[in-house]
Design a protein around this ligand. Structure first.
Ligand code: MG
Length: 394
């Protein structure tokens, strides 16, 4: 059993939206194909993965470092004891010669590779990836459904015009009509009073603070994070996301000392030790706070399972993990690993954001289909990109 070819396609995200810090207009994603020597229905079996949305494609790291290592490796080094492809072994080969720490963009490049191998393994087993992931982790196999919330409430790329409360309500009403009953909106890109008006408009749709989260995308210094915290505390929101710089553990700790509600963070941390440091130094509170480390940005499933082990050793329940990145891959990982829930970006981040029409969405939950692997082939917007990568294979 061999992986005979590694391919990468850099795909731009569609839609011009922004949060408090960045515009996504220029963002890209690396789609990776692991082409195997195994055949089904007269075609090679190909595993697809991608690094998560919200950052950038990693063509340089993939083509200059990771793919050459994988091509030059002894093919047996990519196999597990059962003779099948081993995502952890592949990730280890991809990381050969890399020094520890300073994870950065390398972590999402490795993730795209590692996730492509999970897709490949699941397809070779003719089963959905959540089954493969659950079995590998020694967990019970359930097919979901899992809780999902709609993330949106972005500021327009031009700055938001009228403050946008009518548009925001209409946006969230649209999500509710799709079957979502929990929501997340951006804050911090407008003055506090304007953001409070946005929150109150969103609450008209969400109904209760427990169904609405807000995300500052790491914009605030401690003073402003605490001012926002004081202002939003009466709403009893589901969580207050990334109030300060993702690496400012002291800020997070100081805020956790004064803001009683849940704080969510971690989407911009890319390793198990980074997440553990949140607990050691960032004041993260078991049973209250939410960890959003995204496997697609942090070396994939192998490293994410290490992270879960570290968090559980500190008294956290994996139900407190809600990975950033609302897409098919993370849906399968949330189901397979028994995490707290998924996010979804129904209106933005095409072609990667959101789920396939074959996924069951309703009642505030989502359930993956029975398609083999991550089921990316069932997402119509992705199909042309998958075809562009593999259409020449015979
Ligand atoms: Mg966020």
């Amino acid at each position: 059993m061999r992986i005979v070819e590694w391919r990468e396609l850099t795909v731009p995200l569609e839609g011009a939206v922004r949060n408090a810090v960045v515009s996504f207009a220029d963002h890209t994603v690396s789609l990776v194909a692991a082409v195997s020597d195994q055949r089904r229905n007269g075609r090679p079996v190909v595993g697809f993965g991608f690094n998560s949305i919200g950052r950038f494609g990693q063509a340089g790291i993939l083509r200059e470092r990771l793919f050459p290592r994988l091509r030059q490796a002894d093919p047996d080094d990519l196999l597990g004891e059962d003779g099948g492809f081993d995502p952890a072994a592949v990730a280890a080969v991809a990381m050969a010669g890399e020094k520890p720490g300073g994870h950065g963009d390398r972590a999402s490049a490795v993730a795209a590779v590692e996730l492509a191998v999970w897709d490949l393994v699941a397809k070779l087993g003719d089963e959905p990836a959540y089954v493969t992931v659950a079995r590998a982790a020694g967990r019970p196999v359930t097919g979901g459904p899992v809780p999902v919330y709609a993330a949106g409430g972005y500021y327009d790329a031009d700055g938001g015009g009228d403050g946008g409360t009518a548009r925001l309500r209409a946006e969230l009403d649209g999500y509710r009509a799709m079957g979502f009953d929990a929501f997340k909106i951006k804050v911090g890109g407008a003055p506090l009073d304007d953001d409070l008006a946005r929150i109150e408009a969103a609450l008209e749709v969400a109904g209760d603070g427990s169904r609405l989260a807000v995300d500052a995308n790491g914009r605030f210094d401690l003073e402003r994070a605490q001012a926002y915290g004081r202002a939003i505390a009466p709403y009893g929101l589901r969580w207050y996301e990334e109030p300060g710089d993702p690496l400012d553990y002291a800020l997070n700790r100081a805020l956790a000392d004064t803001y009683a509600g849940p704080i969510a963070t971690g989407e911009n941390l890319f390793s198990a030790i980074d997440a553990e440091n949140l607990v050691r130094f960032g004041g993260l509170r078991p049973g209250i706070d939410v960890v959003q480390v995204d496997p697609g940005l942090s070396y994939g499933v192998t490293e994410y399972r290490r992270l879960l082990g570290r968090l559980e050793a500190h008294g956290f329940d994996r139900a407190s993990c809600h990975p950033h990145g609302g897409h098919l891959i993370n849906l399968h990982l949330v189901v397979g690993l028994g995490l707290g829930g998924c996010e979804a970006y129904p209106g933005v981040f095409r072609p990667f954001g959101g789920y396939a029409p074959t996924c069951e969405l309703g009642g505030g939950t989502v359930r993956p289909s029975q398609a083999p692997g991550f089921g990316l082939e069932e997402k119509p917007e992705l199909v042309p990109h998958l075809a562009a990568m593999t259409g020449d294979l015979t």
